[in-house]
Write a protein that binds this ligand. Structure first.
Ligand code: MEV
Length: 313
């Protein structure tokens, strides 16, 4: 194919981050307003194997062979070539763009990988089933954050709400009433790998304490699934606050996240918590539709870098 485009959405974790790495359930949903997109264009005048990469959002302009071997973009291309049994790529330019804030807990890395793999599959006329796409993305995710649970690649590949337990097939669930979520970005880039690594250090130091926090989060995720399926929105808000309390005990919140979470609750959110790895990145608030503007306004006043809203239905 002379050119090909692939895309993938952002994601937020509604419940269960960190504990999901330790086998407890978590709930994540795609955010289609924000996405990564990859366009590949053939350069038939150049020699096979000459691959230009352009990613203006991260100021990257490079030839593929000049990227370090553990660079996630190079890794994504390599896992795809191994899967499709391709030794040399046709000469091409790969242009990557994304509206997903980087290092913000919204899955920008996984979304770029999924978009890139989809685009490569189209460009090379190689079919790639969703299950394989998710698995290949998981391989690349290991470079981004060491011991991923697999939730990001799953929700982003399948582009549907997921109830996820590590190592099990993802389940989806019914949403009895539309759920309105406001997302507030602290503007602070945060490494998921570092947050996950610190939680691991804590767990290794005091396993019973951390296991009981993971259990508490697992119970919250189970209860949240029931509340979503039954349309108990007030209850869901309370569960978000409960989840945030345990995340604070885990040590993955931050003063900036706490400020935004307090601001959202003050403006009438039914519940609020950090979303993703924590330490920086994004928080989410569950709101009635009539409160979206109030909560966004209060978040901006409290220092949010940007806000988004999304509906889960
Ligand atoms: C990252 O979006 C969610 C974490 O639970 C890590 C993971 O599940 O891989 C923090």
């Amino acid at each position: 194919m002379a050119s090909s485009i692939g895309s993938a959405p952002a994601k937020i974790i509604l419940f269960g981050e960190h504990a999901v790495v330790y086998g407890r359930p978590a709930i994540a949903v795609p955010v289609n307003k924000l996405s990564a997109s990859v366009e590949i264009t053939a350069n038939p005048e150049l020699n096979p194997g000459v691959v230009h990469l352009i990613a203006p959002d991260i100021h990257l302009k490079s030839d593929l062979h000049d990227l370090s071997s553990d660079h996630p973009l190079r890794a994504a291309i390599q896992v795809f070539m191994a899967y499709a049994d391709i030794k040399v790529l046709p000469a091409c330019t790969i242009k990557i763009s994304s509206t997903i804030p980087v290092a913000s807990g919204m899955g920008s890395g996984a979304a770029v990988t999924v978009a890139l793999l989809r685009s490569l599959a189209g460009f090379l006329n190689a079919a790639i089933p969703e299950k394989i796409l998710s698995e290949l993305t998981f391989e690349v995710e290991k470079i981004y954050h060491g011991t991923p649970s697999g939730i990001d690649n799953t929700v982003i590949t399948y582009n549907m709400p997921v109830y996820f337990v590590k190592g099990e097939a993802p389940q989806t669930f019914g949403v009895a009433q539309p759920i309105h979520i406001v997302i507030g970005d602290t503007g602070i880039a945060s490494s998921t790998a570092a947050a996950v690594g610190d939680v691991r250090k804590g767990w290794l130091t005091d396993p019973p304490r951390f296991e009981s926090m993971f259990d508490a989060i697992g119970e919250i995720s189970r209860a949240a699934r029931r509340a979503i399926e039954d349309g108990h929105i007030q209850q869901l808000g309370k569960l978000m606050n409960d989840n945030q309390a345990v995340l604070q005990d885990l040590g993955v919140s931050s003063p900036e996240l706490n400020t935004l979470i307090d601001a959202a609750r003050f403006a009438g959110a039914l519940g609020a918590k950090l979303s993703g790895g924590g330490r920086g990145g994004n928080m989410i608030a569950l709101v009635n539709a009539s409160k979206i503007d109030d909560v966004c306004g209060e978040l901006h006043a409290a220092g949010a870098h940007q806000t988004f809203s999304t509906i889960v239905k």
